[in-house]
Design a protein around this ligand. Structure first.
Ligand code: GLY
Length: 370
């Protein structure tokens, strides 16, 4: 069971290969790309403990030698300090432009290592081997790389496309249910933003997918990646349509900041709540039917996911405070917040024309229900 989605960008196109047990075949995919049979792999301690030896064996099967380093797991790793450590290590390994750096892990590792590859020797090639559902369906594809700043997430970075993405869906079996469902928040996002039939399919297949159905997992990753590839091919550097991929993210970034980027709220959980809030806002503005936000929330709840502000443990700022935290969002243009709203399930659009009072109303009501 192998699926391939091509991201067809001029001069920097690449395949995203999706299927079970790809780690064991990594050498077969990488060998034709290598001038010398040696790669530098950067992972995090959790992923390395579970999967690094499988990857090592998969590379060794075609004679590829692997040097590996591990980073501390967690969002705090997306920092100047860890970027410095990565770059120093890659230079110590004498990685050259014709070599391949491998980002082996979830979104944190992919973003950080991709950024290191973007700036090392003014750009070396890299391969994404994403191990979380979130990374497989979103962050490993499309070339966004970067680290966080004190002022907000992902504010320092570069567009640097990978040369290949290997999404081994068998690896998803080692995720905790919470991490799997957080990634599923990004899967649902694709249906909501641009494909109502995919959302219908998720309503039917979501429970089997979460329970471990391998074929359903491959199909969900394939459809998500295909949607992302189509959008990235239209708008690689987010001048327009690519912002659609940020459905739910304006709310999410504010909630992540309010919870200190901690375990209180994982990114994908914030995306799921953010999607529900974006649909609520769309309905209140008369853009979509009242039933749409209820349907979004019903699916998230059926999957056992965080859906409402009341699902976030602990204190949150008031509505004004949450709105203030949206100010650092990268979607701010000329100081004005841009939202991704929807005319219905599967028809999202980008707008800067959202009354502040409407946003505050959605937040106030959500907080009042806590
Ligand atoms: N995660 C949003 C994007 O890649 O544009």
């Amino acid at each position: 069971m192998r699926e391939t989605v091509n991201v067809n960008l001029p001069g920097r196109g690449y395949d995203v290969v999706i299927g079970p047990d790809l780690l064991a075949e990594a050498g077969a995919y990488l060998s034709p790309m290598l001038a010398r049979k040696k790669v530098a792999v950067i992972s995090d301690a959790n992923v390395a403990a579970l999967h690094l030896e499988t990857l090592r064996a998969g590379l060794a099967a075609t004679g590829i030698e692997m040097a590996a380093m591990t980073l501390p797991p967690g969002e705090a790793t997306k920092s100047w300090e860890q970027l410095n450590i990565c770059c120093d290590w890659l230079l110590d390994q004498k990685v050259e432009r014709r070599d391949l750096v491998i980002a082996f892990g979830g979104g944190v590792v992919g973003d950080l290592v991709g950024f290191a590859a973007a700036i090392l020797r003014r750009g070396v090639r890299f391969v994404q081997i994403p191990t979380s559902l979130l990374a497989q369906v979103d962050s490993s594809v499309g070339g966004k790389t970067g680290i966080n700043a004190a002022q907000g997430k992902n504010l320092i970075g570069a567009f640097h496309q990978p040369s290949l993405v290997l999404a081994d869906t068998a690896v998803l079996g080692t995720l905790t249910p919470r991490d799997f469902l957080a990634g599923y928040g990004e899967v649902v996002k694709y249906g909501l933003l641009g494909d109502a039939t995919f959302f219908d399919w998720l309503e039917r297949q979501g429970p089997a997918l979460a329970a471990g159905d391998g074929a359903a997992r491959v199909e969900a990753v394939r459809r998500s990646v295909q949607m992302k590839a189509d959008i990235v091919m239209r708008d690689e550097t987010e001048q327009g349509d690519r912002a659609l991929l940020n459905l739910g993210h304006t709310f999410c970034h504010s909630l992540e900041a309010a919870t200190g980027y901690s375990d209180r709220l994982l990114h994908g959980e914030g995306v799921a709540i953010g999607c529900a809030l974006a649909f609520e806002l769309s309905a209140r503005l008369g853009l979509c039917s009242q039933e749409d936000p209820s349907r979004v929330r019903a699916h998230l709840k059926a999957m056992g996911m965080k859906t409402d502000l009341s699902d976030i443990a602990g204190d949150l700022p008031d509505a004004e405070g949450l709105l203030g935290l949206m100010g650092q969002d990268k979607k701010v243009v000329d100081g004005q917040l841009r939202f991704i709203l929807a005319r219905g399930i599967g028809t999202a659009f980008v707008t800067g024309d959202v009354p502040r009072d409407a946003v505050l109303g959605v937040l106030r009501d959500g907080l009042a229900a806590r």
